[in-house]
Design a protein around this ligand. Sequence first.
Ligand code: SF4
Ligand code: SF4
Length: 148
Amino acid sequence: MNELKNELKKCIQCGTCTASCFSGRVTALNMRKIVMDYLSNERSVDVHDEIWFCLSCYACQERCPRGIKLTEIILKARQRITRKKGLPGRLSLALNSLKKFGALVVAKEEHVKMRKSLGLPLYHAQFDEKARKEIEKLVEKYSEGVLI
Ligand code: SF4
Ligand code: SF4
């Protein structure tokens, strides 16, 4: 944890990370505040549920003038949380759906019938066994905290 403290102590609270964050435009994710909370209140990055809104785009990390590895800090926090408590409920449901059907939103039976009746293809990985298996493997890795 000292390594993290030394890293975050370099922060000058310029807000570039927050201004660069695509997710933060529509969610509560605010990296400048998370860093400030850590430095001022010693609140771990892990207690901020909003880190699950991070898209891992690396914009904050790339633009931070102090070279703070913000995205990596978030990814490590998510790994720690997943290993300790598993994935948060909604994400876990989404991953289960991905694992089982190869899709976050499963195609409805009525829509499948309609597409078939119109001679339209079914693009959904749900209908492609090879793609579904590949997704299943990735989800298993993700669930172990390898990819997050
Ligand atoms: S961009 Fe870097 S220095 Fe600026 S507030 Fe964010 S973490 Fe701190
Ligand atoms: S890596 Fe995450 S926190 Fe950083 S800018 Fe992208 S979405 Fe925001």
